[in-house]
Design a protein around this ligand. Structure first.
Ligand SMILES: [Zn+2]
Length: 319
């Protein structure tokens, strides 16, 4: 993994001023409006090296953004991993012990296992339980187009369309390794009005990722009536007023690594469309991995090719 040279354009902001917060949970702050309304939460640093989320949230704090109704929560999840961020080894600080975003089932959260991330997830859980709407800010290993991850439920896809950016909405069920925060509790229940989205804003350390993370966050808050466009226009970047034709990719399966050695046959970066069904894309312990249908889209191929983890997700354009 260390063979690739990354260009680190972004600077990880100092978030120590947000440690105390006001919720009893470190690095989580909730602002409450006089007028009743939904509780809207924006969380960053679910992965410690995805610093665009810290930048977007820091931007809201610095601008003293407050909700016009309901509640606005701003939080940083894996601060312990973020503290380890070193621009010389930028991929090293995704997490301390395990992926924070694979722990979000009651069985795991209530279970006996312990890790730095589980401890943090247990601390943040009441905040996630209390939120009506959640936006989780992420970035990706490769510099491809931003992706809104809307899960499999219509309510999240509808909110992604209401927000209006980015162009690509991906609908997927997550990872075999464990549920994500965005799929937890009511967010993953079609009968609940609670709605969550996850934005993959771009490559981890490109300037563009921070712009996208910020614009998506502002438009999320506007869509939910937490702020008006006028309130936050001064913070907006290149996509603040963009109106792309949005397209939806439905993920049909995740390729989960079953062997001890997984290799792709090409240096895929994501969003490649493989025209022919049955095309060879990789080997898992020598077994062929082939595309299951024509015009198969490769989504977020991983460079962390470890047994039990997702190598790549496969999908197709449906809209
Ligand atoms: Zn992430």
């Amino acid at each position: 993994m260390s063979d690739l040279k990354y260009n680190i354009e972004l600077t990880a902001p100092d978030i120590s001023a947000y440690r105390a917060g006001n919720t009893g949970v470190e690095y989580v702050t909730t602002f409450t409006a006089k007028e009743a309304g939904p509780h809207v939460a924006v969380m960053g640093l679910t992965h410690g090296n995805e610093i665009c989320g810290a930048i977007a949230i820091d931007t809201l704090f610095r601008a003293d953004i407050r909700p016009r109704r309901g509640k606005l929560t701003l939080g940083f999840n894996n601060v312990a991993a973020y503290r380890e961020f070193d621009p010389r080894y930028p991929i090293a600080s995704r997490y301390i012990d395990e992926d924070f975003n694979r722990l979000w089932s009651p069985a795991t959260l209530d279970g006996p296992r312990r890790s730095a991330e589980l401890e943090r997830a247990r601390a943040v859980r009441p905040i996630v339980d209390a939120a009506d709407y959640l936006l989780d800010l992420h970035s990706m290993q490769y510099a491809t187009a931003p992706l809104m991850l809307a899960g499999v439920l219509d309510k999240s896809r509808a909110l992604a369309k209401q927000i209006g950016i980015p162009e690509l909405i991906m609908c997927d069920a997550g990872h075999a390794a464990g549920p994500r925060m965005r799929d937890y509790g009511g967010f993953g229940d079609p009968a609940s009005p609670k709605t969550a989205l996850l934005i993959e804003a771009g490559q981890h350390w490109e300037t563009r990722a921070a712009e996208v993370a910020t614009d998506v966050t502002l438009r999320f808050l506007i869509a939910l009536g937490a702020v008006t466009a006028d309130d936050v226009a001064a913070l907006g970047g290149p996509d603040f007023a963009a109106t792309p034709r949005q397209r939806v990719i439905e993920v049909t399966e995740a390729v989960t690594i079953s062997g001890s050695r997984f290799e792709f046959v090409e240096p895929y970066v994501g969003l490649e469309v493989i025209a022919e069904k049955g095309s060879l894309i990789g080997h898992d312990d020598g077994d062929d991995v082939r595309t299951p249908y024509d015009n198969c889209v490769l989504i977020m191929p991983s460079r962390r090719l470890v047994k039990g983890q997702t190598a790549v997700r496969l999908g197709r354009y449906v809209d």
